[in-house]
Design a protein around this ligand. Structure first.
Ligand SMILES: Nc1ncnc2c1ncn2[C@@H]1O[C@H](COP(=O)(O)OP(=O)(O)OP(=O)(O)O)[C@@H](O)[C@H]1O
Ligand SMILES: [Mg+2]
Length: 517
């Protein structure tokens, strides 16, 4: 027989008693010394038959006898004689009243002297899970095996993944992508560092999914070769398909460069031949000398990047279909070109969603989002990301913005993200930017940010029933862009140096050189 809520709750065990000052939002309780209770654990207490669930935010150990006015010798005397009177006090927040399935708001007064129980795994499982179809299984509570799911519906109002470098942002994003793929989501990834190009493969190198495609422009230096990744789709553009504004984007001519803007418009209008790149360049040469001089540098650049112009414009039909994930590998490209390609992709998707041509939800992951949408930039890709942040949810485009510089990304975009996954952050100005970006983040949670381990995250907002600290699960897919093995490479460098200076090795080398003669 399935265990009822009542039985589950009674299987928790008593760990302490409320003491001192308590309120309906916060309570504290004294535990005995050897309970093994740790910060972030979940507890509950019973009031008038209701179950009030809380989380331990901090554990304070204090003594009235061994106080701060005592000197070293006196404290030593007491402790040598086993005289000590310390108490351990757990400071906890009230998360809500458990109604058998969910936590709802609690307004009960918590008095001193009430028993506090440790929440067991079965209760926690109930609190932290959603039904299978609507949940993404992204991790566990630290310290036990309780699986924590996030709710797909919460992604309707966008998600931000924030943390300092190396804390696990890309790992977390990959885990979410894996889960979304299992649910048949269409995913587009703007990937400036080729972090996601191996997601077709499992960690052991075998195929994970045939629904993952990597797109790369001929200009992208790419951190990995075709041999590493497998099939790579070329992302090319047919020059004839470009508008005058497109050409300006590729040449990094911004809206406020009035002269250059009108020169490009002029060339574009005057083209009479095939309207290809050669035609554009030839038409430019016929401009009045002054104009030609002004635009010459940009034309040289256009010629230098001519490999992106082919007979075919890669388009939405290539990278958007139900259940498919398309990784735009932008590695090694100048930022403004990466911006242009990203703009092309997202504006096509936006139009297609707006016209309802593509019915299914599209999830757009933007890595290094601060580079695409810095504060107060409205043109090109920045404007497009802002538009999606503001209105995308109405048409079924959902953003996941990833950044290690929360203070350097447009604040409108961050504040449109109604859920946040925040990993370790130690820099105070980044912490402040995070605090300002969301009303879900309390000072209590902020204080935990510096002490998180790699892969530990605070999740707040609509994707969870309540703020929770979790350990993100292992990846199922192969990682790209991981840290350089510094220690290993230094050891190889030392070995090489040793060989270069070793008399025997030098003799061996000289002998082989003489042999060649
Ligand atoms: N939950 C986790 N479990 C196990 N390993 C993890 C976890 N999260 C991150 N790591 C490991 O930590 C390292 C850094 O992670 P990741 O590349 O995701 O960090 P990042 O925040 O994206 O860094 P950057 O800002 O440099 O892009 C990687 O080697 C990754 O495998
Ligand atoms: Mg990363």
């Amino acid at each position: 027989m399935k265990q009822g809520v009542k039985d589950v709750l009674e299987s928790g065990y008593e760990i302490g008693y409320t003491s001192g000052e308590n309120s309906s939002n916060k309570f504290q309780f004294v535990i005995s010394d050897n309970m093994g209770i740790r910060k972030w654990e979940y507890v509950y207490l019973k009031i008038n038959g209701e179950t009030i669930v809380g989380r331990i935010e901090e554990i304070v150990s204090k003594s009235d006898l061994l106080n701060n006015n005592m000197d070293y010798e006196s404290i030593k005397k007491y402790t040598d004689n086993n005289i000590n009177d310390f108490v351990n006090i757990c400071l906890s927040t009230v998360l809500g009243k458990f109604d058998g399935n969910n936590l709802i708001q609690s307004r009960e007064i918590i008095k001193p002297g009430i028993s506090v129980f440790k929440a067991d795994e079965e209760l926690l499982n109930k609190i932290f899970s959603y039904n299978e179809e609507e949940s993404l299984n992204i991790g566990y509570l630290p310290d036990n095996n309780v699986r924590v799911s996030v709710n797909i519906n919460g992604l309707r109002r966008h998600l931000a993944i924030l943390a300092q470098t190396g804390a696990g942002k890309s790992h977390t994003a990959s885990v979410i992508m894996e889960e979304l793929l299992k649910k048949g989501a269409s995913i587009i990834v703007l990937d400036p560092h080729a972090d996601y190009v191996f997601m077709k493969k499992k960690t052991d190198g075998k195929i994970y999914s045939n629904n993952v495609g990597v797109f790369r422009t001929p200009l992208s230096t790419g951190r990995y070769t075709k041999d590493d990744i497998g099939i790579i789709n070329n992302f090319t553009i047919r020059f004839q398909d470009l508008s005058s504004d497109d050409i300006k984007g590729i040449m990094d001519i911004r809206e406020n460069y009035t002269n250059l803007n009108s020169i490009v418009d002029d060339i574009y209008k005057k083209m009479k031949g095939k309207k290809d790149l050669a035609d554009f360049l030839e038409t430019a040469e016929k401009l009045p000398v002054e104009d030609y001089k002004k635009i010459k540098g940009r034309l040289t650049f256009l010629n230098k990047i001519k490999s992106i112009f082919e007979d075919y414009s890669t388009g939405i039909k290539d990278y958007l279909s139900p259940g498919k994930m398309s990784v735009m590998d932008l590695s090694g490209m100048d930022q403004f070109l990466a911006n242009y390609f990203s703009f092309r992709v997202l504006s096509e998707i936006y139009d297609s969603k707006l016209s309802m041509e593509f019915r299914y939800p599209v999830f757009v992951f933007v890595e290094e989002a601060h580079n695409f949408v810095p504060p107060r930039r409205n043109s090109g890709i920045a404007g497009m990301i802002k538009k999606i942040a503001g209105e995308g949810r109405k048409f079924g485009i959902f953003l996941v913005v990833i950044t290690q510089r929360p203070g350097k990304i447009d604040s409108d975009v961050l504040s449109q993200c109604n859920s946040q996954i925040i990993l370790r952050v130690t820099n105070p100005s980044d912490q402040n930017a995070i605090l300002e970006s969301s009303e879900n983040i309390t000072q209590y949670l902020m204080e935990d940010l510096p002490s998180l381990d790699i892969g530990e995250a605070i999740i707040v907002g609509e994707i969870v029933k309540m703020p929770v600290i979790i350990k993100i699960r292992d990846r199922e897919t192969m990682a790209g862009g991981s840290d350089i093995d510094l220690i290993g490479l230094l050891s190889e460098a030392r070995e090489e140096l040793r060989k270069m200076n070793d008399p025997d090795e030098i003799k061996k080398k000289n002998r082989s050189l003489l042999g060649d003669l």
